[in-house]
Design a protein around this ligand. Structure first.
Ligand code: HSE
Length: 298
C-alpha cells in the first residue's frame, strides 16, 4: 500500500497574535509512505530543501509522528522497517514557516491513512498540538486558511476559529541563516509588561477586524507586536528596517513570520514585486543572503 499527503507551509503569529494566529500558504511539503514486505524497508528518501538537513533515521520527525499515531490508534502492524518514507520539502527549514508542523501533520496523516482514516481533522490537530506544543502552525497546516487558536490549561489541545481568507499576496523574505524555534522561544521573557499586552490586544483586534471586513488599511496596526518581535529581533539583523521597507513600498502590514527569521508582508498583487525587491534590498545591504517568495493564502 502507498499513501501520499501534501501539507502547506504556515505563517504564525501574524505580528501581535503570538501562539494564536496562523495561516496556510501556497508552498508545500509532500509525504509518501509505502509498505514493504519482509522488513526490508526503513528507508527515508529526502528530496527538495530538506535533502541534507533532515535525519534519515528513526529520529526523523515524520516517522516520530507516525509512530505516535500508530500508538494512539493501537495499531501494531507497522514499524520503521516495514515502511519506506519519501519526504519532498518545498518549505524552507527552520525559517518560521511551519516546517516542523508540516512534518508532524504529514506523519500523522500518513499513519492515519494507513490505518483507514480513523482520525478526523480535529483529532489530527489535537495529536499534532500535543507533539508540537503550540497550535498556531499545526491548525492551518491541517485545515488551511486563517486560523485563530486558543490553547489553555482547561483546553490543552485548543479550540479553533476560522477567519475569511484574504485575497492578498504574502511576500516572504527567508534569510539563509536558520533560527530554531526552541531557541527563539527560550529567549522570550516569562512575564511581559502590561502596557505591551494592551498594545498587542489592540493589534489583535485590528488584525481580526481587517480579516473580517476586508479593510486592509487596518493591517498596519494589526501586524505590530511588542511581546515577542522586539526580543527575537536582536537575533535578526535589520529586522525593523526590512519591515519598514515593506510598509514604505506599499505593503499593508509586515511582521516576523512565526519564530523567524523569515519576514513577511501582506500586500496587493500589483505591489508584491516592489515590496519583495525593497525588503530584499535591505538585507542584501547587510550582506544577508535571502530567498524571496510571493505566495497566496492556501
Ligand atoms: N507561535 C510560535 C512562536 C510559532 O512564535 O514561537 C513558531 O513557528
Amino acid at each position: 500500500m502507498k499513501v501520499r499527503m501534501r501539507v502547506p507551509a504556515t505563517t504564525a503569529n501574524l505580528g501581535p497574535g503570538f501562539d494564536v494566529f496562523g495561516a496556510a500558504l501556497s508552498v508545500y511539503n509532500e509525504f509518501e509512505a509505502a509498505t514493504v514486505e519482509n522488513g526490508k524497508g526503513g528507508k527515508i528518501v529526502l528530496k527538495g530543501e530538506g535533502k541534507i538537513a533532515l535525519p534519515k533515521s528513526e529520529k526523523n520527525l515524520v516517522w516520530q509522528a507516525m509512530k505516535e499515531t500508530f500508538k494512539v490508534l493501537g495499531e501494531t502492524k507497522y514499524n520503521f522497517k516495514n515502511l519506506n518514507i519519501t519526504i519532498n520539502t518545498g518549505i524552507p527549514l527552520s525559517g518560521g514557516l511551519g516546517s516542523s508542523a508540516s512534518a508532524i501533520v504529514g506523519g500523522i496523516a500518513l499513519a492515519n491513512a494507513l490505518c483507514g482514516l480513523k482520525l478526523n481533522k480535529s483529532q489530527i490537530t489535537e495529536l499534532a498540538v500535543k507533539i508540537e506544543g503550540h497550535p498556531d502552525n499545526v491548525a492551518p497546516a491541517v485545515f488551511g486558511g486563517v486560523c485563530v487558536c486558543s490553547k489553555n490549561d482547561q483546553n490543552p489541545h485548543g479550540e479553533i476559529l476560522h477567519l475569511p481568507v484574504p485575497k492578498l499576496k504574502v511576500v516572504l523574505c527567508v534569510p539563509s541563516f536558520e533560527l530554531r524555534t526552541k531557541r527563539s522561544r527560550q529567549i522570550l521573557p516569562k512575564c511581559v509588561n502590561l502596557q505591551d499586552v494592551v498594545f498587542n490586544t489592540s493589534g489583535v483586534a485590528f488584525l481580526t477586524a481587517a480579516f473580517c471586513t476586508g479593510d486592509w488599511t487596518l493591517l498596519k496596526k494589526g501586524t505590530q507586536d511588542k511581546i515577542h518581535q522586539p526580543y527575537r529581533g536582536k537575533m535578526i539583523p535589520a529586522m525593523n528596517e526590512v519591515l519598514r521597507a515593506a510598509i514604505d513600498a506599499g505593503a499593508y502590514g509586515a511582521y516576523l513570520s512565526g519564530s523567524g527569521p523569515t519576514l513577511a508582508a501582506f500586500c496587493d498583487a500589483k505591489k508584491a514585486e516592489t515590496v519583495k525587491k525593497e525588503m530584499t534590498k535591505i538585507w542584501k545591504k547587510e550582506s544577508v543572503a535571502v530567498k524571496s517568495y510571493i505566495l497566496d493564502f492556501d
